[in-house]
Ligand binder design. Structure first.
Ligand code: PMV
Length: 324
């Protein structure tokens, strides 16, 4: 009996317009669309091998065997692939990240994008980008956005089949960079799956969601027009809205550390001084500072000199999930 194997690589992404809250948590159907940028230079590489001799699926991340919840989430995706391909073999999944875990870069996005592509291909399925994006979404919502290239929009859709991500424009459209100011390196207290479930408990969530189509529209147009001023206003507003929802959920989620505010205040000051910079924060304390690629060196130096900043990671605009 033969082993069926494939290897895929995918980048993490940083959301400009955030996904926070599901209308169907089992299917990870979001309450609003979202927009992100793939992060070149950072990646997850995943090999999936279906092996008839295995009794159970196996997951190895960065050299360590993972069991429990992590394995269950991966097995659920493998099960969908087995059903679609009409096969029964269990699989070994070996995954490595080239970026530090706990650096505030969501590893689940790159992980499930690479898994969806490698698993379907290993099973002999030749799925379209949209079908792979949908499958990645079922593992982690933001993973749907790590499948297409460059600047990407995840459409909330009407259901399971059309809640997928598509590329707005390829990476070479706009030379932006993400300088991640790492201010905390420990694992976060509340993961995003639990966080999404708390979103509807905030009285602010309805207002955030109602205004999302407008923010998506402004952000998409700002990307297409390479309009940094419009982009920076929208991504900071969107990030602040999501954190306001988090802080007013029940129980409340406070992801920020004092250094988070130090960085966001510095970013506003630098912008007043003429530097094109904007901040956005995911479900953690670290601050993603978006700037023009030409200014990334200067921004990295400025960030590294701020009190409380432990390190700075820099990424440019990344391509799609791909087979290697
Ligand atoms: O895909 P998840 O369930 O890890 O959720 C991602 C949530 C945020 O990173 C906070 C926002 C986003 O759109 O990426």
């Amino acid at each position: 009996m033969k082993t069926l194997s494939a290897t895929a690589l995918a980048h993490p992404n940083i959301a400009f317009i955030k996904y926070w809250g599901n209308r169907d948590s089992a299917l990870r159907l979001p309450v609003n669309g979202s927009i992100s940028m793939n992060l070149e230079g950072l990646f997850t590489r995943t090999t999936v091998s279906f092996q008839p001799s295995l009794g159970l699926d196996e997951l190895i991340i960065n050299g360590h065997e993972v069991m429990g919840k992590g394995l269950t989430r991966v097995s659920a995706i493998l099960e969908l692939v087995r059903q679609a391909a009409g096969m029964e073999s269990k699989a070994e999944v070996v995954s490595d990240n080239n970026f530090p875990t706990g650096a505030g870069i969501a590893s689940s996005a790159a992980a499930f994008a690479a898994l969806a592509l490698a698993a379907t291909r290993a099973a002999g399925l030749e799925w379209s980008e949209s079908q792979i994006s949908r499958l990645a979404r079922l593992g982690s919502g933001s993973a749907s956005r790590s499948v297409p290239s460059g600047f990407v929009e995840w459409k909330m859709g009407t259901g399971d089949d059309d809640s997928i991500a598509v590329s707005i424009t390829p990476p070479d459209h706009w030379a932006l960079a993400d300088c991640v100011a790492v201010v905390a390196s420990g694992p976060k207290s509340t993961g995003s799956t639990e966080g999404h479930a708390l979103a509807p408990t905030s009285p602010l969530q309805a207002a955030r969601v109602a205004d999302a189509p407008r923010r998506l529209d402004v952000c998409r147009k700002a990307i297409l027009a390479r309009d940094f001023e419009a982009l920076s206003a929208m991504i900071e507003l969107d990030s602040d809205l999501m954190h306001a929802v988090m802080m007013t959920s029940h129980p409340a989620l406070f992801y920020w550390q004092p250094a988070t505010l130090t960085v966001t205040q510095a970013v506003r000051e630098w912008r007043k001084g003429g530097l094109e910079v904007a901040y956005t924060i995911d479900a953690g304390a670290n601050v993603h500072v978006i700037c023009q690629q030409a200014a990334a060196g200067q921004v990295t130096e400025l960030l590294a000199a701020l009190p409380g900043v432990l390190s700075v990671l820099t990424a440019t605009v990344g391509g799609p999930a791909r087979l290697i």
